[in-house]
Design a protein around this ligand. Structure first.
Ligand code: GLN
Length: 310
């Protein structure tokens, strides 16, 4: 191994995978849209991309799945490149303490979402991207392909269509924020953008590859191009640490100790700045809507290696 640290990631990941695979599945895969409910819940994969260039895969690390809210990290990065610190006039950087799709705080906070990773915040980010590009969903898709160095990454159009059919709460969030003036475009265009980008499918390996930029101070791991400034990268990692798991962000931080982001498709992606990025996928979700095995695997990773950002 050419790793710059002395951890044996191959053995560590194999051990974690075998240990968790032998535990009974807990929780249920998301079933609010039929497409997500069709996924075989026993699939389980882990991919770790080390900053040395080594990639370690276990289990279903090369199976595509719906990244869902993990895309909020990519859409934030794209909007942050565009707007810089002016972004924070339209959304906050504080944990919400509420569910990912909550409307509750918006009414009292003049339509300013607490952070970019709850749905309200991601919808404001979608609105910003809709304002700037003619084909914003394709611009975002191209950005994700570039980060993951994988041109085949694409939307799942039936997931996007199904989400639109069932997306009443997201529609309510957009309408409520529009009433406060914090959505500038036609709500239908903002929702179309949001539902499509949530439907993007990636493998654990592609996700880990795409997250490596956050472990590398904003430099693209392959081309060396500056994708985000050092300060922007620090702030994105801080937001993932404090807000990446909704009202489980504190418990996740406590157990794992790495910036990360979950999605309702059962994916979790995390980074150890300067060391590695890692993605785990297991569809069954816990009560907070985060992958139960995903969090368990990351907890074991930082526990067994003895290294986290803390
Ligand atoms: N598209 C999903 C929604 O808005 C994303 C939610 C999630 O992954 N937590 O309901």
């Amino acid at each position: 191994s050419h790793s710059t640290d002395h951890t044996d990631y191959r053995n560590t990941l194999d051990r974690i995978f075998n240990d968790i695979s032998h535990q009974p599945l807990q929780g249920h895969a998301a079933d609010y849209i039929p497409e997500l409910a069709k996924v075989n819940p026993s699939q389980f994969g882990i991919s770790l991309c080390h900053s040395s260039g080594e990639v370690y895969n276990v289990g279903d690390a090369q199976t595509k799945f719906s990244i869902q809210s993990i895309v909020k990290v990519f859409s934030l990065a794209l909007a942050y490149r565009l707007k810089g610190e002016a972004l924070w006039q339209r959304l906050g950087v504080e944990p919400s303490g509420g569910a990912f799709n909550s409307l509750a705080l918006l009414e009292f906070e003049q339509g300013i979402p607490r952070n970019p990773f709850i749905n309200a915040g991601a919808l404001v980010i979608a609105d910003i991207l809709v304002s700037h590009w003619v084909n914003p969903k394709y611009t975002l898709l191209a950005f994700v392909r570039q980060l993951a160095n994988t041109p085949s990454i694409d939307f799942n159009l039936s997931v996007a269509a199904s989400e639109a059919m069932h997306g009443h709460r997201n529609a309510a969030l957009v309408q409520l924020m529009k009433s406060f003036g914090n959505i500038h475009n036609d709500p239908r265009d903002v929702l179309d953008m949001y539902f499509h980008i949530c439907s993007i499918e990636m493998t654990c390996q592609e996700l880990a590859q795409a997250f490596l930029v956050f472990a590398h101070g904003g430099q693209h791991p392959i081309t060396g191009e500056t994708m985000l400034s050092l300060s922007q990268t620090k702030r994105m990692n801080a937001l993932m640490q404090t807000c990446g798991f909704y009202d489980e962000s504190g418990d996740y931080s406590f157990r794992v100790g790495l910036p990360g982001k979950s999605g309702v498709g059962g994916g979790v992606a995390a980074v150890h700045p300067g060391h590695y990025s890692v993605a785990v996928w297991s569809p069954p979700l816990n009560a907070k809507g985060n992958s139960a095995r995903g969090i368990a695997a990351l907890e074991q990773l930082t526990t067994q290696t003895g290294v986290s950002i803390f």
